[in-house]
Write a protein that binds this ligand. Structure first.
Ligand SMILES: Nc1ncnc2c1ncn2[C@@H]1O[C@H](COP(=O)(O)OP(=O)(O)OP(=O)(O)O)[C@@H](O)[C@H]1O
Ligand SMILES: [Mg+2]
Length: 505
């Protein structure tokens, strides 16, 4: 008797497979990192073949750790790093180029040309997104223009585009032997190619980037028992397990945090930070630098929209302290080091490594450390890094409150960085509202499992899922209002110093 749901979480830095029981509790997991390929400044790539191999390994290992086999899984869900672009040949499954990752800024000239030509306003209106290097369309255009033979192949139907959900799905369901080429509506909403109202690829948008429609996956509901087929070619999942849910990682976390009502929001702290506010069936246009995006669509129910504040660099700034600055050996040491000082010593760090995303959308920004005095040391840098994670989150919370009129009385958080108690205390201090972390902090995988489980009736409805959510810890603000105002004013001055640094062609 199959009693569990599995979830593939194909992330930016690693791929996980997690198995959940009927109560939404974790039963087993396995996780493997993949290489971050950095060929030159601003370029970030992944090897899609490595990602597919890692996916198979983590499925196999998680099943083994749990003492389970494919027949114990009623269904699986897939969630993924969004926007990251893979183009492959369906005849043999070979990628034409490495995956171009969401953080990659090589398409800045493409993005700024859209703005100059006035096409930016069309993209904002139809896709809900500002033209930026972040999204998939410019990355597809770059591959079509820079990799020999891809444009001709695409026109003959010999080149498929997908985000990593579609790449993993196609490989799981048969690959060159009848693999299913589909994506869900949340992933499609991040390409700059989908119209948010029709929920279909838009010919005018495709025209801006010169992308043939034949390359694109079919757009499906996020939770659907029949749309995504069954596993066929995966080594560990040869037992034909239905794939019943697909969602971008931040939308999956929104589902995992059971933000099912308009006005409910979560903030995920991983490689970057992503605040997502459920706005219900209403499409809310941002006037303060947020994205309008799809939260999820379950079955044939109306689509649910969201406002999102995307921040490119948060947990990855901690990795930068570890790997480039080498002032800590593990991410967790950032907390120990930052605790050796009481404050930032006047120092601010704005980690604008990929320019600034929400609410600024400035690809001309680059990172800066400001306010330095002879007094400052490594510990202040660690502290300023944790503060930067929290100040960037305050920037998007303020934008969200202005756009939606929703005032948060508590911030629901999740993701790797939320293991850092000091950082979560600083977040409560900087925002002036309590911060709450659930027992299951792996909300991304959980949300993909929920989407799959709802589709096949393993769970009845969202009310049932709500009963699974439990708080593990809450942090209350300790700073005075003056301290909060002064700190934030310093942050805003620091952000100004990062702007207009790179001259975008
Ligand atoms: N104790 C800690 N203090 C600060 N940062 C931490 C801590 N533990 C992990 N991190 C950071 O959290 C991030 C990993 O979190 P998580 O696994 O949620 O990321 P993710 O965004 O889901 O990864 P991916 O993008 O691969 O999906 C890393 O960037 C790491 O630097
Ligand atoms: Mg993740």
């Amino acid at each position: 008797m199959a009693d569990f749901i599995g979830a593939v979480d194909q992330g930016t830095t690693s791929t996980r497979f997690m198995i959940f029981d009927h109560g939404g509790n974790e039963v087993a997991r396995h996780q493997l990192e993949h290489a971050q390929i950095l060929p030159r400044s601003g370029w970030v790539e992944h090897d899609p073949v490595e990602i597919w191999e890692r996916t198979n390994s983590v499925i196999q290992n998680a099943l083994r750790h749990g003492g389970l086999s494919a027949t114990d899984l009623v269904a699986i869900g897939i969630t993924n790093q969004r926007e990251t672009t893979v183009v492959w040949d369906p005849r043999d499954g070979r990628p034409y180029y490495n995956a171009i990752v969401w953080q990659d800024t090589r398409t800045d000239a493409i993005a700024s040309a859209l703005e100059r030509s006035g096409q930016g306003d069309v993209i904002r209106r139809k896709a809900g997104l500002p033209p930026a290097t972040y999204f998939s369309a410019g990355k597809i255009q770059w591959i079509l223009e820079n990799v020999d033979g891809v444009r001709e192949a695409a026109e003959r139907g010999h080149a498929l585009f997908g985000n990593t959900d579609a790449w993993v799905l196609w490989n799981l369901t048969g690959g060159p032997d009848g693999g299913i080429h589909a994506t869900d509506v949340t992933n499609a909403s991040r390409t700059m190619l989908m119209d948010l109202e029709t929920l279909d690829w838009d010919d005018e948008l495709l025209g801006f980037f010169g992308i043939p429609r034949a390359m694109l996956p079919a757009i499906k509901s996020s939770s659907d028992a029949g749309a995504y087929g069954v596993t066929r070619t995966s080594r560990p999942l040869r037992g034909a397990v239905p794939i019943a849910g697909v969602l971008g990682d931040q939308q999956a976390a929104t589902v995992g945090q059971v933000c099912f009502s308009p006005g409910e929001a979560k903030n995920t702290y991983g490689t970057g930070n992503f605040l997502v506010l459920n706005t219900g069936t209403e499409l809310v246009r941002s006037r303060h630098g947020l994205l309008t995006t799809v939260a999820y669509r379950f079955g044939d129910a109306p689509v649910v929209y969201a406002l999102e504040g995307s921040i490119a660099v948060t947990g990855s700034a901690v990795q930068w302290l570890r790997d480039q600055m080498k002032i800590i050996k593990t991410a967790a040491e950032s907390e120990d080091l930052a605790r050796t000082v009481d404050d930032n010593g006047g120092m601010y760090f704005v980690p604008a490594f990929s320019g600034l995303f929400a609410p600024y959308w400035r690809s001309d920004a680059r990172g800066a450390i400001v306010g330095l005095a002879r007094y400052n040391d490594n510990a202040h840098l660690a502290r300023a890094t944790l503060e930067a994670i929290c100040y960037q989150s305050r920037d998007v919370v303020e934008a969200m409150e202005r756009d939606s009129g929703v005032h948060l009385d508590v911030l629901k958080v999740d993701g790797g960085v939320t293991a850092n108690d000091l950082c979560m205390q600083i977040q409560a201090d900087i925002l002036g509202v309590p911060v709450s972390r659930p027992v299951v902090a792996e909300t991304t995988a959980l949300g993909a499992a929920y989407a799959a489980g709802l589709a096949i009736g393993f769970w009845q409805d969202t009310d049932e899922l709500r009963t699974h959510w439990k708080e593990s810890r809450r942090w209350k603000p300790l700073w005075s209002d003056d301290q909060r105002a002064e700190g934030y004013a310093g942050w805003q001055r620091a952000v100004e110093r990062t702007l207009d640094w790179v001259r975008v062609p």
